[in-house]
Write a protein that binds this ligand. Structure first.
Ligand SMILES: Cc1cc2nc3c(=O)[nH]c(=O)nc-3n(C[C@H](O)[C@H](O)[C@H](O)COP(=O)(O)OP(=O)(O)OC[C@H]3O[C@@H](n4cnc5c(N)ncnc54)[C@H](O)[C@@H]3O)c2cc1C
Length: 820
């Protein structure tokens, strides 16, 4: 049971002015910020009433990517167990976490589809999960502290001073005045690149088809129907999405057919064009191994260990990936293969062939179609079975990706190496392994190939216009041109500030309130501009003059230079940046609204004195005895020489009582657990003479500390519902201090212990030195009395404890008094 201390002198919530905040973007990040804000509003540190507006045209649909009303042909590329919206211990959250459920737990329930942890679900299901998290945050919010308001609108502008209230202009014309705003905008629409514009102009002029890069949801796939041959630029997830959506739009069907390499046969709808598929690198994303029912534990590196990452990050002059990191990655992979007995893959050459089957650098290949098809066939066979060596490669690469992201995050690479090796190559290579489609979707792509509807152009694909043929001329390198009557740009728009078409970002650009981030020049190399928006470490927007807008906090993909790995989901157990940053942003928002104190995050974890009571079911003590033992243990601890100035408990006690809050948490233990608690520092007091009516009472009080994390011996002890024998009077005679309990309340024995201890503690603080010495001489004996109503009505005791009423009592209530 949690014992809030007597209320501090702040006005009640309903008399504080209402403050307002905004979160723009209701995808995973925006909703995570709302969830964390809700958690903050349930802490004791929270003050006042706040209204937060969650703004997104798709706010009731789970955001743009995950909207619940999209085709079920659009599926996730991560397994259900790889996503959560609630921080776990790996995030070391400073705010409480309640009602947590991962995507796997949510979708695993029969009524939600009964998906297994390694299953791949439609994106719409993830959208339903996000909406459930939001609804749960709304339901848990106490409206006198936090009101969550959904706004189905686009934010067109955010204006305001560097450090003052902001104004959010909505597309319905309304202007919201807010104390601060978080912007989690995800992938933003961009204007076409000059190359894309040329293709668009030619398409317009010649009556050809051009589908620019976009979220696959925004693409009208019916436009492809009836075309002869469409060039598809991109071999990643958008390409696979296009396969699914095209077949759905055409009304085609896939039948199981074990005689084909794909295991499927495609029955065309009739209007499908042939797809000519290629990209700059020519790397086709390989399906993830089908690891159902359970994904194996993450691989723990033995070469690129945390220690190695640490020493690489500290290397002067910066890292060159090819020279400094790639050999370690190869050693990690070959070592893992050797240890697992996969000797064929235990040497460098074999590993590099597996990773880069078309070579390490993009170049056109004469037999690109056959080679890419072979890669895909091999990958499908290995992923379907699944092949244990491939599964190991997949696990090692997933772990290496996290380590490389960490190096990027810490600015360890030189700019040149980052741009050339990571951004220009490895990011895609990793994604082609670790972010591949589900096996089924890869088999569908291969089935289209088998039906003659898909041809691989391979690496170095280029698109020109053949004016005489009135067609696009598509080539790989210098190879022969293949004529196409359409182009589908199957990739997401890049992160490129000058090309963002979002009215909000455009407005900032026009006023000089946004600039492009530079890659840090930590290693003496020339700073390099990126397309990412420049923000400070805490996400605050930086304007062209280098000054930060303290109340505009940006999260995620548009600021991916400062927050690398932004497109990766929040995976349980991996300290995901999405959730860590969401909590920090929520705390910053709350501080701007004056709802949380402007102290460090750690101080938001309340401090409490833990009190453990022995509860032996075979010899249950009387509650007055337990309360007396508790009061004596607390006072004995306060009086202990270890609590004196210079003693080991002194600072913790001083911090705990600061501001008048003396929170106590009462837990119960018996048997081994009780014995384990005796190993923790503290003071135990026993009251043995209860045996006539009940068992003996024993209580251990511990020096105060943060309520999270707790020593294991304490953490597992129950708090709620602690009851003892509620009969019989105190048998303590001649105690110097008497604590009276209100006759007007009904409380559990656990709460009684805390309230009596509060009163005894205040008595100890207030009495003069002589009385205190006399009390000490009697072992701080306390008599607990249940006052009758007449005595209680008289009042007039030197100590009166008023409980804030957050737990068992329905509002501020006087519970105990002390006299001496
Ligand atoms: C097609 C696609 C498929 C993906 N599949 C996966 C997957 O399977 N697994 C995975 O882990 N990751 C996947 N991702 C990565 C994905 O980007 C992240 O998992 C995650 O959605 C990022 O969350 P976010 O909240 O930062 O951005 P988003 O989810 O993109 O949300 C941003 C929100 O901001 C809103 N918004 C933007 N501008 C404004 C404005 N001016 N006013 C109001 N609202 C605005 C948008 O409408 C949108 O809802 C996928 C991404 C895409 C694009």
């Amino acid at each position: 049971m949690t014992m809030p201390a007597p209320p501090a002198s702040v006005p009640p919530a309903d008399r504080m002015p209402l403050r307002r905040l905004a979160v723009i973007g209701a995808g995973p990040r925006g909703i995570a910020v709302i969830e964390r804000l809700g958690a903050a509003s349930r802490t004791e540190a929270w003050r006042g009433a706040v209204e937060v507006h969650l703004i997104d045209p798709h706010v009731d649909r789970g955001g743009a990517v995950w909207r619940t009303n999209q085709s079920r042909a659009l599926v996730m590329n991560t397994a259900t167990c790889q996503t959560t919206m609630y921080p776990d211990a790996s995030c070391a959250p400073v705010l409480p976490v309640e009602g947590a459920q991962t995507l796997a737990e949510f979708l695993g329930r029969e009524e939600n589809g009964g998906y297994g942890p390694a299953d791949i679900a439609p994106r719409a299901e993830h959208g339903r999960y996000l909406l459930t998290v939001l609804a749960q945050a709304e339901a848990a919010a106490d409206p006198s502290r936090l009101r969550i308001v959904r706004r189905a609108a686009e934010a067109r502008d955010v204006t305001g001073p560097l450090d003052g209230p902001q104004r959010v202009l909505l597309d319905d014309g309304e202007v919201l005045e807010v104390d601060a705003v978080v912007l989690a905008l995800g992938h933003l629409a961009t204007a076409p690149s000059p190359r894309s514009r040329r293709i668009a102009e030619a398409a317009e002029r010649l009556g050809l088809l051009h589908v620019p890069s976009a979220n696959p949801l925004e693409v009208d796939d019916t436009a492809l129907l009836g075309r002869e041959r469409v060039a598809v630029q991109g071999m990643g997830l958008n390409f696979y999405d296009a396969v699914g959506m095209l077949c759905e739009a055409a009304g085609g069907r896939f039948l199981e057919d074990p005689s084909t390499p794909s295991g499927l046969r495609y029955l065309p709808g009739g209007a499908e064009p042939q797809l000519l598929v290629g990209s700059r690198t020519g790397v086709v994303y390989r399906p993830k191994p089908d690891l159902r029912p359970h994904l194996p534990a993450p691989y723990e590196p033995t070469v690129l260990t945390d220690g190695m990452v640490e020493s690489l990050a500290a290397r002067p002059g910066g890292l060159d990936h090819e020279r400094d990191v790639l050999p370690l990655m190869v050693a990690e992979l070959t070592g893992a293969m050797a240890r697992a007995g996969f000797d064929a893959l235990a040497d460098e050459e074999a590993i590099l062939r597996l990773l880069f089957p078309l070579g390490r650098r993009a170049r056109a290949l004469p037999d690109a179609h056959a080679r890419t098809r072979a890669v895909l066939r091999e990958a499908i066979a290995a992923a379907s079975a699944p092949d244990p060596a491939w599964t190991l490669a997949f696990r090692v690469l997933s772990a290496l990706r996290i380590r490389v992201n960490e190096l990027v995050d810490r600015g360890a690479y030189t700019s040149v190496s980052f741009l050339r090796d990571i951004d220009g190559f490895l990011k895609n290579a990793f994604a082609s392994w670790a972010s591949g489609p589900p096996v089924r979707r890869a088999r569908e792509a291969l089935a289209l190939e088998e039906a003659g509807l898909l041809v691989f152009a391979g690496p170095a694909m280029s698109i020109e216009v053949d004016e005489s043929a009135r067609r696009f001329a598509v080539r790989a390198g210098d190879g022969p041109a293949v004529l196409c009557d359409g182009v589908l740009e199957a990739h997401l728009p890049g992160v490129d500030l000058p090309r963002f078409t979002s009215p909000l970002v455009r407005a900032w650009r026009e006023r000089g309130e946004v600039r492009a981030a530079l890659l840090p020049d930590r290693h003496g190399d020339e700073p390099v501009a990126t397309g990412s928006i420049d923000v400070a470490d805490d996400g605050t927007l930086i304007g062209t003059d280098g000054e930060a807008f303290a109340r505009r906090i940006l999260l995620g993909i548009p600021v991916s230079t400062a927050q690398p790995g932004s497109a990766i989901t929040a995976e349980p157990g991996t300290a995901p940046q999405l959730l860590r940053r969401a909590e920090r942003a929520a705390i910053d928002l709350a501080r701007h609204a004056g709802a949380l104190p402007r102290t460090s995050g750690e101080e938001l974890v309340p401090w409490a004195m833990q009190i453990v009571v022995l509860r032996d079911k075979k010899a249950l003590a009387a509650d007055v005895d337990v309360a007396e033992a508790g009061a004596r243990a607390v006072v004995a601890l306060l009086d202990d020489e270890r609590s004196a100035l210079g003693g080991p408990w002194h600072d913790a006690l001083a911090r705990w009582v600061e501001g008048g809050r003396i929170r106590k948490i009462v837990r119960r233990a018996d048997g081994k657990r009780w014995r384990d608690v005796q190993e923790l520092e503290g003071v135990t007091v026993e009251v043995p003479f209860g045996a006539a009516v009940a068992g003996p009472a024993a209580v251990r009080a511990l020096p105060p500390g943060p309520v999270r994390p707790l020593p294991h011996a304490l953490d597992k002890l129950q708090v709620g519902g602690t009851t003892f024998v509620h009969e019989g009077e105190s048998r303590t005679e001649d105690a110097p201090v008497t604590v009276e309990v209100s006759p007007l309340i009904e409380i559990t024995s656990g709460k009684l212990v805390a309230q009596v201890a509060h009163a005894a503690q205040r008595a100890y603080d207030l009495m003069d030195a002589e009385t205190r010495a006399a009390w000490r001489a009697q072992g701080f004996a306390v008599r607990v009395e249940r006052a009758d109503e007449t005595t209680w009505a008289r009042g007039g005791r030197p100590v009166s404890i008023v409980d804030a009423g957050y737990t068992e009592l329905g509002g501020p209530t006087e519970t105990t008094r002390a006299r001496w």
